[in-house]
Design a protein around this ligand. Structure first.
Ligand SMILES: *Cc1c(COP(=O)(O)O)cnc(C)c1O
Length: 434
């Protein structure tokens, strides 16, 4: 009757785990339809931008050396600008990661004496060193650029009065992180980001509003640049690379903001005119083409995980019913064994390195051991099925990705299988499944 059951049994999933997961999946039909609608809209948006800019076979070929007049690179940047409805974009393999793209956006648009404000609390860990919150060589602070921060209120809403007080003559740029990253605050919807930007621009209209768009791209039909952001910034080994981009980062926004970033990335005087695209153009284009559907697969996997673990009584953020604005799913186990078993289950589902068993280790820059599951085609890619967790209270695991929904589903089934085998979750699901 069901074609898949036998395959799952062969792949080490028990009948109990299969039945439990299958019942949850069947309850998610409406949620998945909503996700498909968003992805359908975004797919058209990408195709429209590609057609409008006359993407041709020649665009898929690369250049070497200086990369003057690189048709593929220039056309792709026009496509990104159209997808995000901005004046310009910078999309480059020379941008090494998301942190680099964000650093570039900040360092190129701020000058000594300026101030950067985060009105949404502490930024992503790696940005602490970029800004100089943690002392670091080459930070904004070393260049005389100050930083101020207004935390979200305890209920997760904006502290409008605090923000009004924090904006001063020096305030040149605002950084807004869309995804919660590894924090417990809610992820910001594009609508909420729009409200915040409107409020800020009423106080100071010429301030540059930048949004860290990592993990948020294509989770909604609109992007922060549709609601007033001057610039969005992200990584190509997350959502917009569609799993195919082997490296890279992007910025899209106001012409002047993007130009400043280009002069910083290459050199004053050269800007966007140089930067050979080597052999990556094909994967950048095809990755962007696939990105709406790949993001939808990751969202479905996250929603599936939330509903499974919520049903089993674990705290999940976001919960099983909430609307989604990024692809990250947190599950709190309350003990190290849960975090470890979950990550090992994800690894067991991997197509690459599925035979290895991850263990916690002391990673540089972290104050506790960390366990990471990542069997990826692109090293470190977190749009691919992956999970990690610090081995410290509250013992939460962060799960994201899944290039296909089927892989995400299998990964989550594997985590539950592992948890039951380790005795962390009882395999007697009937009692839970009232
Ligand atoms: C991943 C991420 C970054 C940094 O990107 P890297 O590619 O890891 O350097 C910054 N901000 C957020 C919200 C992220 O999710």
């Amino acid at each position: 009757m069901n074609l898949s059951r036998d395959m799952y049994l062969k792949m080490g999933i028990s009948n109990q785990v299969y039945d439990f997961c299958e019942a949850i999946w069947q309850s998610l039909e409406k949620r998945f339809d909503e996700i498909d609608n968003i992805s359908e809209y975004n797919q058209m948006k990408v195709i429209e931008a590609m057609q409008k800019n006359r993407v041709s076979e020649a665009c898929l070929l690369g250049t070497t050396g200086y990369g003057y007049n690189d048709l593929g690179r220039e056309t792709l940047e026009a496509v990104y600008a159209d997808v995000f409805h901005t004046e310009d974009a910078l999309v480059r393999p020379q941008i090494t990661c998301g942190t680099h793209a964000l650093a570039l956006a900040l360092m190129s648009n701020l000058r000594p004496g300026d101030e950067l404000l985060s009105p949404v609390g502490k930024p992503y860990d790696t940005l602490e060193e970029v800004i100089g919150i943690r002392p670091s060589k080459g930070s904004l602070k070393e260049y005389g650029i100050s930083y101020s921060q207004v935390d979200l209120l305890p209920d997760g809403s904006f502290d409008f009065e605090g923000i009004r007080k924090a904006i001063n003559d020096k305030t040149k740029m605002i950084t807004i992180q869309r995804s919660k990253g590894y924090q417990t605050r809610p992820t910001l919807s594009v609508g909420k980001i729009g409200e915040l930007i409107r409020f800020i621009k009423e106080i100071k209209s010429d301030v540059i509003c930048m949004v860290d768009n990592c993990y948020g791209e294509f989770t909604e039909t609109i992007e922060p640049t549709d609601v007033g952001a001057d610039m969005v910034v992200g990584s190509l080994i997350k959502n917009p690379g569609g799993g195919l981009a082997p490296i890279g980062g992007y910025l899209a926004g106001k012409k002047e903001c993007v130009e400043n970033a280009a002069y910083r990335l290459t050199s004053p005087g050269l800007g966007k005119e140089v930067g050979a695209s080597l052999q990556v153009m094909n994967s950048f284009y095809q990755g962007l083409f696939l990105a709406p559907s790949v993001t939808a697969n990751a969202l479905k996997s996250a929603i599936f995980a939330a509903n499974i673990y919520e049903k089993l009584g674990f705290a999940v953020i976001p919960d099983g019913k909430e609307s989604r604005h990024d692809i990250i799913q947190a599950v709190t186990f309350g003990n190290p064994e849960g975090v470890i078993a979950f990550c090992q289950g994800i690894q067991q589902a991997a197509a690459v390195d599925g035979h290895v068993t991850p263990e916690p280790w002391d990673m540089p820059g972290y104050d506790s051991p960390v366990i990471m599951a990542a069997g990826a085609f692109v090293s470190g890619s977190s749009i691919e099925l992956s999970a990690d967790g610090p081995i410290k209270p509250p013992y939460a695991v962060y799960f994201q990705g899944g290039l296909t929904w089927q892989h995400g589903k299998f990964g989550i089934m594997k985590t539950l299988q592992r948890l039951t085998e380790k005795g962390i979750v009882s395999s007697n699901f009937h009692e839970i499944n009232r």
